[in-house]
Design a protein around this ligand. Structure first.
Ligand code: CAA
Length: 288
């Protein structure tokens, strides 16, 4: 298989990442079916696309024809069979729960054409954890986007021991076709490169806030002004999701048994209150 053989991409999950990945793929000229078990999430994803694309045209950032093409390329369905049945490439961006992903990959293996590549956009789970739920582990890899996916340029591609060189190369080529810069990791490691670096920064930021050394706002002011990051760690975790930070911490703690890997008390407190950040309009900050 070659990059040119990819005509249709299926994006699984219409949440924080999936809805923007779907629009990225549609803008690159692919037919895209976005699927989710929640009709509400699909409706939100569809209205996002219908609002975002004309807005880009109005801002002079995109031609009308590009927006029209992207909208025509996009479809939304809550039926996995319908969305993935004729896909050449699948990007799974479902909830970060290993059992859900294993079941999805087994279903995708049954549903999709045998040539289809099955990639996971997981933020931290390596694809060997799901590849063996399929009979095509050589066609399984990580393709990891960053939030907001329409803006952030990096895509991490991880080639596990089970992933063929062809699958890794096509995925790198696809990242390029989507206008992204791909980085290919040839060894699996939990969290890959960026989220490992971010986790170290976040752990220290949470520690300082938990100890009462500085408030989240003060830490964000310090990091943005001293290190030149566009957002401080607390505003960023609001954007990427406090629920995600909680799940990552819990999953990692269960894997390593190291108490340092547990989500920090501040994250647990926000998670327990259902304050997940931008998506619930309240996290460390409040949003309109
Ligand atoms: N969706 C789509 N586009 C968005 C957007 C969103 N949520 N937020 C901002 N944009 C676009 C705007 O439309 C604007 O585009 P143009 O310049 O082409 O018009 C551009 O981004 C800049 O937006 P703003 O001027 O409104 O705001 P800003 O300059 O503060 O930028 C930001 C916003 C791009 C989010 C910037 O703050 C930033 O880069 N933050 C850091 C994000 C980051 O670190 N992401 C990685 C997170 S880690 C991760 O994702 C790991 C994981 O596994 C989930």
């Amino acid at each position: 298989m070659k990059l040119e053989d990819i005509k249709k991409i299926c994006v699984i999950g219409a949440g924080n990442m999936g809805h923007q990945i779907a629009v990225c793929c549609a803008l690159a000229g692919y037919q895209v079916s976005c699927t989710d078990i929640s009709q509400e999430m699909l409706d939100k994803a569809e209205s996002f696309a219908k609002g975002y694309l004309p807005e880009r045209v109005a801002k002079g950032k995109m031609k009308q024809e590009q927006a029209d093409m992207a909208l025509a390329n996009l479809s939304f369905s809550n039926k996995l069979e319908e969305a993935a049945g004729d896909a050449d490439y699948v990007i799974e961006a479902a909830v970060e729960k290993i059992e859900v992903k294993r079941k999805l990959f087994a279903d995708l293996d049954r549903i999709t054409p045998s040539h289809a590549i099955l990639a996971t956009n997981s933020s931290f789970i390596v694809s060997s954890e799901v590849a063996y739920s399929t009979k095509r582990p050589e066609k399984v890899c990580n393709m990891h986007f960053f939030n907001p996916a329409l803006v952030m340029k990096l895509v991490e591609v991880v080639q596990g021991a089970h992933t063929s060189a062809e699958t890794a190369q096509i995925t790198m080529d696809l990242a390029g076709k989507l206008g992204k810069t791909g980085v290919l990791l040839k060894k699996e490691i939990y969290g890959f490169v960026v989220n490992r670096i971010l986790a170290a920064l976040n752990a220290e930021a949470m520690f300082l806030a938990d100890m009462g050394i500085a408030t989240p706002e003060e830490i964000d002011i310090a990091v943005t002004n001293a290190l030149g990051h566009p957002m401080g760690p607390f505003r960023l975790v609001d954007l990427t999701g406090i629920d995600l930070a909680y799940y990552i911490g819990m999953e990692r703690y269960q894997t390593t048994g190291d108490p340092k890997d547990k989500p920090s008390p501040l994250i647990v407190e926000k998670f327990t209150k259902g304050e997940y950040g931008v998506k619930t309009k309240k996290g460390f900050y409040t949003y309109d």
